[in-house]
Design a protein around this ligand. Structure first.
Ligand SMILES: Nc1ncnc2c1ncn2[C@@H]1O[C@H](COP(=O)(O)OP(=O)(O)OP(=O)(O)O)[C@@H](O)[C@H]1O
Length: 541
């Protein structure tokens, strides 16, 4: 959910003679115990942006992997690529690549320290002489051509680090399509391309995707951001439990209808809540903290309260959480928990003091992929299952099963490996794990990235229950709309300092975005005078 405004121009309706560039027929994929896709029929046409939506675990990634040859479908189905029909269990990465199926993943696989030209050439794209030397002049010319063709706002010699994240994504797209002469051939697959993008860059990327589709490229767009899907895509296909619910022109759907199709049930407006105005002393205080980009930051959070931290990428949001959890060592400042100065010198001491952290990079930092789900969900409280030298397996599994059902984690059994879960389901396990410790302070860094709309509501409901029971929470989320919906109070970090504090109804996505960007004059960022004395004073500070 972003504040994207990229609007869809009235698009011509697909005409009957249009020929799909990629088709799936009867594609099924079974993993041990799980039918990830069930007899899916889908067509992707040239010049169209076709979104695929579905809850966590509905089969989106599995479909991408089958199209790109990473997974093979079960025997019986077929995949047609540029008019050539393959058995679904015979599509390999080489075949898919030859037929122009290209995937740009969320992490982009670009190198910030290298130039645009070098990034465009990585992975087999360097022009070399017979002696194997790189022909730099030719290289430069091809880069210039790609930059022109893809309208990338950069020069060949700029390093990627100098570019916006949207422009870096455009470089990754240009690289993936650099050898495709005919835009009407092949399929560009984008997996959550805006998940890590600052709000103000989203429209730039969506506009460039629209241009690419207008030049004939077929695009498969996977995103949990439904407003974006409706603004950008021509068609949306909905997967539920591995089955295709249907394919719809986006012009005929609104967000609520799309959610109902995805979930097969009406979703309650769980994200909307009445902001809590806590009374009593602060549970936790940060005093004059300097760490990473942060300079002398002070804040406090009360029992029962969820505090949001807004700011652009690099503003120090994650560093703030990491330093509280003892992962980043401050240059100055102190933390006070329940009136006592806290030694935040390691995660162990933070955990001992009653602090829990749901980190941003769950796959890298929090999920033990080769361990079963029940162990992953129990690891934070494993001590309570040791009976002398024996692990009480049965009790551990029973408790884990109960949490799996409470959090609606989609998994055949608690014994399934964590790595076999979809991304969003892994996140639910990580959140469940930490809340089991009944922490005093819960730190959450992008807890719902990649999590579907229904599961998001569930996660926030569960967090809300924890704060109602007396915990305090600090939430970092790039999705300001979501932040505005769930927090009681928000502070905005800019240039290493707290520049604003908003409460209750003052917190809107628009204001969080405006206040987060350094390029705005404070006066312009000010709302109507009646509503905002707290912002005004913080802005001065
Ligand atoms: N390698 C695997 N082994 C076992 N099961 C798997 C494997 N990969 C996916 N699955 C299962 O297949 C189903 C579909 O998962 P998939 O990752 O395709 O969902 P998704 O729609 O991409 O979800 P998300 O939005 O969370 O990324 C899930 O039940 C998942 O647990």
């Amino acid at each position: 959910m972003t504040s994207s405004t990229a609007s869809r121009s009235a698009r011509p309706v697909r005409d009957d003679s249009a020929v799909p560039v990629v088709s799936l027929r009867g594609v099924t994929k079974t993993f041990a115990g799980t039918r990830a896709l069930r007899r899916v029929d889908l067509d992707f046409f040239p010049g169209e942006i076709h979104a695929v939506c579905g809850e966590n675990g509905s089969g989106k990634s599995t479909m991408i992997k089958i199209l790109s040859g990473v997974y093979q479908g079960d025997p019986g189905g077929t995949v047609s690529l540029n008019g050539e029909e393959y058995d679904a269990d015979r599509v390999t990465p080489t075949v898919a690549n030859r037929q122009g199926v290209r995937v740009v993943h969320q992490d982009l696989a670009v190198f910030p320290e290298l130039t645009v030209e070098e990034n465009l050439a990585i992975d087999g794209g360097f022009h070399t002489s017979k002696l194997g030397r790189i022909r730099w002049r030719k290289q430069h010319k091809s880069a210039e051509q790609l930059i022109r063709d893809f309208k990338i706002p950069a020069r060949p010699k700029s390093t990627l680090a100098e570019l916006s994240l949207a422009a870096r994504t455009e470089v990754a797209i240009a690289r993936s399509l650099r050898d495709m002469d005919d835009r009407g051939k092949g399929l560009l697959i984008l997996d959550e391309p805006t998940a890590a993008l600052p709000v103000k860059e989203v429209d730039a990327l969506l506009a460039s995707l629209r241009d690419l589709a207008d030049s004939g490229q077929s695009i498969l767009y996977v995103s949990h951001r439904l407003d974006e899907v409706l603004a950008l895509a021509d068609y949306v296909s909905v997967l539920r439990d591995g089955e295709l619910v249907g394919t719809f022109p986006t012009s005929e759907l609104d967000e609520a209808q799309l959610v109902d199709l995805m979930l097969g049930r009406a979703v309650h407006k769980a994200l909307e809540h009445v902001p809590v105005v806590p009374d009593g002393d602060a549970v936790f205080k940060v005093e004059n903290l300097s760490v990473g980009p942060l300079k002398s930051v002070s804040l406090e959070v009360h029992a029962g309260e969820m505090l949001g931290i807004a700011g652009v990428m690099g503003s120090g949001r994650s560093t703030l959480l990491k330093s509280i959890f003892g992962v980043a060592q401050p240059r100055a400042g102190r933390f006070v928990l329940d009136g006592q100065t806290m030694a935040a010198d390691s995660p162990k001491s933070a955990m001992g003091a009653g602090i829990a952290m749901v980190p941003e990079h769950r796959l890298r930092d929090a999920a033990f992929g080769n361990e079963p789900v029940d162990m992953n969900i129990s690891i934070s409280v494993i001590g309570k299952y040791w009976r002398k030298l024996v692990l009480a397996d049965k009790a551990l599994r029973q408790d884990a099963d109960q949490l799996i059902s409470e959090y609606r984690v989609k998994v055949p059994t608690g014994r399934s490996l964590m790595s076999s879960l979809s991304g969003g389901n892994q996140q639910k396990v990580v959140v469940a794990r930490w809340l089991r410790r009944k922490p005093r302070l819960i730190l959450l860094d992008e807890p719902t990235q990649g999590v579907d709309v229904g599961a998001r509501a569930e996660i926030y409901n569960i967090l809300r229950r924890a704060t109602q029971d007396g915990a305090a929470a600090v939430l970092v989320a790039s999705d300001f709309q979501e932040l505005a919906q769930v927090v009681d109070r928000a502070i905005v970090l800019r240039n290493g300092r707290v520049v604003a504090e908003l409460r209750g109804d003052e917190i809107t996505a628009h204001r969080l975005a405006r206040l987060s960007h350094a390029d705005e004059a404070p006066a312009a960022a000010m709302p109507t005078p009646d509503s905002d004395s707290s912002v005004a004073s913080a802005e001065k500070g």
